[in-house]
Design a binder for this molecule. Structure first.
Ligand code: HPA
Length: 246
């Protein structure tokens, strides 16, 4: 049983070095996940892989069935999840191409199905979310990155926005005043759902662009895609080093 799962984000719809051992179509009480689960071996270790936006990258961030994705990963035996997220950089050191292991989140999303604890409860449930990411997994990723000379930024607050449009300059200024360093559209409710199911969850965030008003001129999809090509190469490298030690 594979205890490790990777959720791929924009720019990571497949893992090139994954030795695929199976594909599984799974259903959940919450509907369909983003696609069949891929089972495979990365550096000899069993992993599960699920691309958040589907294998064809067709599901936008606000349409992802986050509840189904996390539920099927749990059902398939995942205990630890490494989520890969493309983000915009708000803070000056969050430059395109950088890898970041965030430690905090502010949730600005709305109208997303964001909890498992709604109906048929014996009692109301409030999960602790003081530290939204699994500290031990964050530390393992950071330690491996440091040992292997892969540069990662180790503290950042992730602003989860609704999308699919990018933000206005004023919105980014507000996120900056709120203390956010990064902005992305997929960090929530994914992290909270993982916590609700008691899964250890951490993110490798890849800076695709400077956020609105933080770079020169408009943000283009070409710029985002180009930075993600190089950023995801580093992510694959980091995953290959991290997975064997988990
Ligand atoms: N904003 C929100 N989400 C993103 C961005 C951004 O600038 N870049 C990549 N994902």
């Amino acid at each position: 049983m594979a205890g490790i799962a990777i959720i791929g984000g924009t720019g990571l719809t497949s893992l090139t070095d994954l030795e695929i051992t199976g594909r599984e179509i799974m259903q959940s009480p919450y509907g369909e996940p983003s696609g069949p689960l891929t089972r495979g071996k990365l550096m000899g270790k069993e992993v599960l892989f699920l691309p958040r936006h589907g294998y064809g990258h067709t599901i936008p961030p606000h349409k992802v069935n986050y509840r189904a994705n996390i539920a099927v990963l749990k059902e398939a035996g995942a205990e630890k999840i490494i989520a890969v997220n493309a983000v915009g950089g708000i803070a000056a050191d969050m430059q395109p191409g950088k890898l970041v292991i965030p430690d905090q989140i502010i949730d600005y999303t709305y109208s997303r199905l964001h909890t498992y604890f709604e109906d048929g409860l014996d009692d109301v449930v409030h999960i602790d979310f003081t530290h939204p990411y699994c500290e031990s997994l964050r530390e393992q990723i950071i330690t491996v990155a440091n040992n292997k000379g892969i540069e990662v930024l180790t503290r950042a607050t992730y602003a989860a926005t609704q999308g699919p449009r990018l933000e206005t300059t004023a919105e980014i200024d507000r996120l900056d005043r709120d203390g956010c360093h990064l902005v992305g559209m997929t960090g929530m409710p994914e992290a909270a759902l993982a916590r609700e199911l008691e899964l250890c969850y951490a993110s490798i965030s890849v800076v695709a662009n400077m956020a609105a008003g933080r770079g020169a001129g408009e943000i283009t999809m070409e710029e985002i895609e180009a930075n993600l090509v190089s950023g995801m190469k580093q992510v694959r490298n980091l995953l290959e080093q991290v997975i064997p030690v988990l």
